[in-house]
Design a protein around this ligand. Structure first.
Ligand SMILES: [Zn+2]
Length: 277
């Protein structure tokens, strides 16, 4: 994250240190929150575009622009109109990762059918124990949660011994999510430095979100990345933020207004979003 250096009075610094000692929060976190309050930037708020149910049904038309998403967050993940690749936002930079392996900066005009973004103010949460699989990583992240029932954002950084990711391939007309991701591109990156952006969605939000953890990866040189299916690593740094405010932007498209979204999405999301194949 960017660094801010500034001069404050000795008494203000004392008060900050007392607050940090009493709450156990870092100075960074307290200052970020105070600035967000003063500047009226939403914090602890997850902004989601469309629903997992709509995506399962193949509603891949653009709902908001990247320019609009920027107003709601500097950190996040999603996809692009037509399911044309994976989206990752990190420190305010939005990227499109495409199935041919290329990665481009997303322009403000690009349209997004599904995304999760936040103004990330994660507190430093130390270094994760070594993990040899996706399941092991998710168990480590689960152990850091203090509730099943709010959302969380995580940022993982370091050198991963393995990242197995997929990049969705532009969907054909009338394809559902399961059909469209059956021809996704998959990549395996060994010994790669980079960052994962992730969110935890509570089980009760099934139908609106994708329950559990959802992680996207981008390498430090912005040359590789995708939706994470598997990984291994040691010495990976964790930042984590509780998100206890949730905003949902529902599409106003005719396709969304008329879609039958009453079905159970669990099996489809398991197939499309996790390494079950
Ligand atoms: Zn994803």
């Amino acid at each position: 994250m960017p660094k801010l250096t500034c001069e404050v009075s000795a008494s203000l610094l004392d008060a900050l240190d007392r607050a940090a000692a009493e709450s156990g929060e870092s100075r960074d976190h307290i200052v970020s929150r105070a600035l967000a309050d003063a500047l009226q930037v939403d914090h602890g708020t997850l902004f989601q575009v469309s629903t997992s149910g709509a995506i399962v049904e193949g509603l891949f038309g653009g709902v908001v622009s990247v320019g609009t998403l920027r107003e709601h967050g500097d950190f996040g993940l999603g996809t692009f109109a037509g399911l044309d690749g994976e989206m990752i936002a990190l420190d305010g930079a939005y990227f499109q990762m495409r199935s041919d392996g290329s990665i481009h900066r997303a322009t403000d005009a690009m349209q997004v059918p599904f995304a999760l973004v936040t103004h990330f103010a994660g507190a430093d949460a130390g270094t994760l124990a070594p993990f040899a699989s996706m399941d092991a990583l998710l168990a480590l992240l689960d152990a850091r949660r203090d509730s099943d029932n709010i959302f969380y954002a995580v940022r993982l950084s370091g050198r991963f011994s393995l990242v197995h990711d997929r990049v969705a391939c532009k969907a054909g007309d009338h394809e559902t999510l399961v059909e469209a991701t059956s021809h996704q591109a998959e990549f395996r990156h060994a010994d790669v430095e980079g960052t994962m952006v992730g969110f935890y969605t509570p089980p009760y939000a099934r139908g609106i979100g994708i329950p559990g953890w959802h992680l996207h990866f981008i390498s430090a040189d912005f040359s590789r990345g995708g939706h994470v299916l598997g990984c291994a690593g040691a010495g990976i740094g964790l930042q984590m933020e509780r998100l206890d405010d949730f905003r949902l932007a529902m599409p106003e498209t005719a396709a969304f207004l008329k879609a039958d979204l009453s079905g159970d999405t669990e099996a489809a999301l398991d197939t499309a979003e996790r390494a079950t194949r």
